[in-house]
Design a protein around this ligand. Structure first.
Ligand code: 5AD
Ligand code: SF4
Length: 441
């Protein structure tokens, strides 16, 4: 018997890449690979890349350069690049870095076994097509091994919105939704393996419109209601959403579906209508605030999170002030803010850039405000009763750590609970990045 080959996957970027990496590891499992935690003893290294941050491709090239020594020692070592940089750069990767054996775009993972086989004959393998088929359907089904209580499940990929700053429509392609039955089968399988909470993933997850069993297009809300009926599944979340796709049925589900957690990530990017227009966001600050109002009417305790870009081309101090005003009005429990940076090939890349120092200063001001809000909302949890899904033991003996319905990290001493259990917990203290609680009998 030959020893299994070792696969090292390094994942960058979003949760969708985390999900994709798991599926790639399973697909390569069928080719005799087991995962390893270090590059040093790997027979195959796969970088699952992200293109959303600045100079993403350059960072991948320098990372690849670091494998030169390893490849010289082990000529049979295969090196692959997957993800959004693979999609954006394509063949160029092999031209610039000849040690790369395999380049595979996010829509072609089901072809990974063939591509890997090709590299074994010493050939280079490249696939960055956008095929029509469901890549997950073609990947080997998940093995039945037990797993942790939370999981991601990709239900929708790609985006047709073309925000002026964003590479997603180019790297992940047009919006595609997976059919309902495949998602439900995957969800039931995850539950059998110990999963209690599923986060539905999509770049534009609330634009979900997959084919239902009856042949009609289902909305995300319909999908959530179908998942609500899966026994053993206790919690449902979804990310990331676009404000324009917050349909009535989805807003209602937030008030009516007990398994749908009171947390919503709803990026707005800017509070200035002028900038939103230049960003091609197709909503205004006012229409966003109205959506928030309706969500809060359906689920008053919902915790909101958002994404912001500061220093977008032509952003003035007044535009930035409008963003601060919007943040004040919404009151976010979490938020992610970024300094605008150009992505070659996107419309905004051609425009006059805001001064770097100015952008940095705005980012600091925005982050200070967000941190204050985040902290106040977290502190206000003290004295409240929440439900906690325990995910792992804490650092102290007998302590367990999990997430509340609102996604706050909660630790409980002498919890007497197992991983995967959900308990009612009274919050007694708010510390830097988490809450402390006691089990309610
Ligand atoms: N510059 C800065 N931030 C960006 N994002 C996407 N593209 C860019 C860019 N070119 C941010 C957006 C998005 C999040 C995932 O990353 O806020 O919602
Ligand atoms: Fe990118 Fe999101 Fe805009 Fe789509 S909606 S283009 S993924 S920022």
């Amino acid at each position: 018997m030959t020893a299994p080959k070792k696969l090292f996957i390094k994942t960058y970027g979003c949760q969708m890449n985390v999900y994709d990496s798991e599926r790639m590891a399973e697909a390569l499992g069928g080719q005799g690979y087991v995962e390893t935690k270090t590059a040093d003893d790997a027979d195959m290294i796969l970088l699952n890349t992200c293109h959303i941050r600045e100079k993403a491709a350059e960072k991948v090239y320098s990372e690849l350069g670091r494998f030169k020594g390893l490849k010289a020692e082990k000529p049979d070592l295969k090196i692959g690049v997957a993800g959004c940089v693979a999609q954006a750069e394509g063949e160029e990767i092999m031209r610039r870095q000849p040690l790369v054996d395999l380049v595979v775009g996010p829509q072609s993972y089901h072809r990974l076994p063939e591509l890997e086989a090709k590299t074994r004959t010493g050939e280079k393998a490249l696939d960055t097509d956008f095929p029509e088929e469901d890549k997950f359907e073609k990947l080997k089904s998940r093995p039945k091994a037990k797993r942790g209580p939370t999981a991601f499940l990709t239900v929708q990929e790609g985006c047709d919105k073309f925000c002026a700053f964003c590479v997603v429509p180019y790297t992940r392609g047009a919006e595609v939704s997976r059919p309902v039955d495949r998602i439900l089968t995957e969800a039931r399988d995850l539950v059998e393996r110990g999963v209690r909470e599923i986060t539905l993933l999509g770049q534009n997850v609330n634009a979900y419109h997959g084919a239902g069993a009856d042949g009609s297009d289902w909305s995300l809300a319909q999908l959530i209601w179908a998942l609500d009926k899966v026994d053993g599944l206790e919690r449902i979340r979804f990310t990331t959403s676009h404000p324009n796709d917050m349909t009535d049925d989805l807003i209602e589900a937030h008030g009516a579906c007990a398994k749908l957690m009171p947390y919503l990530h709803l990026p707005v990017q800017s509070g200035s209508d002028k900038i939103l227009k230049r960003m091609n966001r197709s909503h205004t600050a006012e229409s966003y605030l109205r959506v928030i109002e309706r969500i809060r009417a359906a689920r008053p305790d919902i915790l909101l999170s958002g994404d912001f870009i500061v220093g977008f081309p032509e952003e003035t101090e007044a535009d930035f002030q409008a963003t601060l005003d919007l943040v004040e009005e919404v009151n976010y429990g979490y938020a992610y803010s970024f300094k605008y940076s150009t992505r070659p090939g996107t419309p905004a890349a051609e425009r006059a850039q805001v001064d770097e120092a100015e952008s940095s200063e705005r980012l600091q001001r925005l982050q200070a405000l967000i941190t204050r809000q985040q902290r106040a909302i977290q502190d206000a949890m003290v004295g409240r009763d929440v439900s906690v899904l325990f995910e792992k033991p804490g650092r102290i003996d007998g302590q367990m750590v999990g997430k509340s319905d609102y996604l706050h990290s909660v630790h409980v001493r002498d919890a007497g609970k197992e991983i995967g259990e959900i308990a009612r917990v009274r919050i007694v203290e708010s510390v830097t990045n988490s809450l402390a609680g006691v089990i309610l009998k």
